[in-house]
Design a protein around this ligand. Structure first.
Ligand code: HEC
Ligand code: HEC
Ligand code: HEC
Ligand code: HEC
Ligand code: HEC
Length: 303
C-alpha cells in the first residue's frame, strides 16, 4: 500500500469530532466554477483545469479510478453505450424502477425517468460507482460484454483491471453516491456529517431511487393558463427560445420527448457542464436559468 492511500484510508476511517468545515447547505466549492466543466464538481479527476491547486487529489485516489480525463467519466469518442439514447455515453446504466412523485394535485401520472434523467441518475441514484464506465482510457480498457450488461460483481472486477501509472488496482475501491454513509461503497463515507471533517457534506445530492420528494420528472406541460408554452422545437427537444435562433441553447429550459411526449427531465433544468450567469461564474447547482427570484420556476409555471 503506498503512502497516499494509507493516509487516505486513515482519514476515511477516522471520525473527527470537529464538525464539517462547510455546512450542508453551503454552496461553497473549492473549484472556481468558471469557463469549463473542468472547474466544477463534475470534474471527477479533482484536478481543476484552470491551473489552481489540486483538490485533495491524494485523498481521493483510493475511492475511484482516476482516469485523468474530465469527459471520460461520462462520454467516450468510441465504443459508446448505445443502450441509452444519450450522446456518446460512456457510463454503465442499470435497469432500475424509480418510485415516482405522486402528490394527488398532479394532473397526470409521471412516467419513469427518460434518458435525459437516467444519465444523471447513473451517478446520483447511488446504484452505480462513479467510475463505472464502458470504455476506460488506454488500450485494453474496454469490455462491452460486462459493461453493457452490468451485474455488480463483474463490473467491479472490470474496473479493477484499470491501473494508473502502474499502480496497484486492487488498492482502489469503486464508490458511488449511495445515500447510506455507512455503506462501504459510499462516497458519503467521508462526505457526510460526522465523517471526515474536511469533506463537504453531499447528503442532499444523493437522490437515491425514491423520487417522491423531488420535482417531478417524466411529466408533460398540462393544458391551461397555469403554464408558459415553449416556442422552439428542435429534434426531440421543445424549448424556451430566448434568443430566437431556433437552437436549444444551454441557458434555455427544455422538454424532452423520448416516446411519452415532451416531458420534464433532469436536463430540462440542469446542464451538467455549467452555464454562465451574469457574472463569469457558472450558475449554482448547474442550473440553466438562475433560481434568483425563482426565475427558473416562473419560466414554466405562471404563478
Ligand atoms: C458528469 C457527466 C458529464 C461530464 C463529465 C461531461 N458531460 Fe457532456 N453531457 C453529459 C450529459 C448528461 C449530456 C446530455 C444532456 C442532455 O440530456 O441534454 C451531455 C451532453 C454533451 C454534449 C451534447 C449536448 C450538449 O450539451 O452540447 C456534448 C457535445 C458534450 N456533452 C460534451 C462534453 C465534453 C467535451 C466533456 C468534457 C470536457 C463533457 N461533455 C463532460 C454529461 C457529462
Ligand atoms: C459521473 C457521475 C455524475 C453524473 C453522470 C452526474 N453527476 Fe452531478 N454530481 C456528481 C458528483 C460526484 C457531484 C458532487 C457531489 C455530489 O453530488 O455528491 C455532483 C454534483 C451535482 C450537483 C450539485 C452541484 C453543487 O455545486 O451544488 C448537481 C446539481 C448535479 N450534480 C446535477 C447533475 C445532473 C442534473 C446530472 C445529469 C444532467 C448529473 N449531475 C450527472 C456526479 C455526477
Ligand atoms: C477519504 C475520504 C473521502 C472519500 C471516500 C471521498 N472523498 Fe471526495 N473529498 C474528500 C476531501 C477531504 C475533499 C476536499 C474537501 C472538499 O472540498 O470537500 C473532497 C473533495 C471532493 C469533491 C470536490 C468538492 C468541492 O470542493 O467542490 C468532489 C466532487 C468529491 N470529493 C467527490 C467524491 C466522490 C464522487 C467520492 C466517491 C467516489 C468521494 N469524493 C469520496 C474526501 C473524500
Ligand atoms: C424543474 C427543474 C428541476 C428538475 C426537473 C430537476 N432539478 Fe435538480 N435542482 C433544481 C433547482 C432549482 C435546484 C437548486 C435547489 C436549491 O438551490 O436549493 C436543484 C438542485 C439539485 C441538486 C443539488 C442538491 C440540492 O437539493 O440543492 C442536485 C444534485 C440535483 N438538483 C439533481 C437533479 C437530478 C438528478 C434531477 C433529475 C432526477 C433533477 N435535479 C431535476 C431544479 C430541477
Ligand atoms: C421545465 C418546466 C418546469 C420548471 C422549470 C419547473 N416546473 Fe414545476 N412542474 C412542471 C410540470 C410540467 C409539472 C407537472 C404538473 C402537473 O402535471 O400537474 C410540475 C410540477 C410542479 C409541482 C407539483 C404540482 C402538483 O400538483 O403536485 C410543483 C409544486 C412545482 N412544479 C414547483 C416548481 C418549482 C418550485 C420550480 C422551480 C424550482 C419548478 N416547479 C420549475 C414544469 C416545470
Amino acid at each position: 500500500m503506498n503512502k497516499n492511500i494509507g493516509a487516505a484510508l486513515i482519514l476515511a476511517l477516522g471520525t473527527f469530532a470537529l464538525g464539517p468545515v462547510l455546512a450542508g447547505n453551503d454552496r461553497l466549492t473549492e473549484f472556481s466554477n468558471q469557463g469549463t466543466i473542468g472547474n466544477t464538481r463534475h470534474n471527477l479527476t479533482q484536478r481543476p483545469t484552470d491551473g489552481s491547486t489540486a483538490i485533495n487529489a491524494g485523498m481521493m485516489e483510493a475511492y475511484r479510478n482516476d482516469y485523468q480525463q474530465v469527459c471520460v467519466y461520462c462520454h467516450t469518442p468510441h465504443a459508446a453505450n448505445t443502450n441509452i439514447n444519450a450522446p456518446l455515453w460512456n457510463r454503465t446504466v442499470r435497469t432500475t424502477t424509480y418510485t415516482l412523485y405522486t402528490q394527488q394535485t398532479l394532473s397526470q401520472d409521471a412516467t419513469q425517468p427518460g434518458p435525459n434523467s437516467l444519465t444523471c441518475l447513473s451517478c446520483h441514484d447511488g446504484q452505480t460507482a462513479v467510475d463505472s464506465i464502458v470504455n476506460m482510457p488506454g488500450s485494453g480498457g474496454y469490455n462491452g460484454a460486462l459493461a453493457l450488461n452490468p451485474s455488480a460483481g463483474t463490473m467491479e472486477s472490470l474496473l479493477d483491471t484499470w491501473r494508473l501509472n502502474g499502480g496497484d488496482p486492487a488498492a482502489v475501491t469503486h464508490q458511488g453516491l449511495n445515500s447510506d454513509p455507512n455503506s462501504e461503497t459510499s462516497c458519503l463515507g467521508c462526505h457526510s456529517p460526522g465523517k471526515t471533517s474536511a469533506a463537504t457534506d453531499f447528503t442532499v445530492f444523493a437522490l437515491g431511487t425514491d423520487l417522491t420528494n423531488d420535482h417531478p420528472v417524466g411529466v408533460k406541460l398540462p393544458a391551461g393558463s397555469d403554464w408558459n408554452v415553449p416556442s422552439g422545437t428542435f429534434q426531440n427537444i421543445r424549448f424556451f427560445d430566448k434568443d430566437g435562433d431556433n437552437r436549444p441553447d444551454k441557458n434555455e429550459l427544455r422538454f424532452y420527448d423520448s416516446g411519452d411526449g415532451f416531458e420534464v427531465e433532469c436536463a430540462s433544468c440542469h446542464d451538467p457542464h455549467g452555464v454562465p450567469g451574469t457574472t463569469s461564474k457558472f450558475l449554482p447547482t448547474f442550473l440553466r436559468v438562475t433560481a434568483d427570484g425563482s426565475q427558473i420556476c416562473l419560466t414554466c409555471h405562471v404563478k
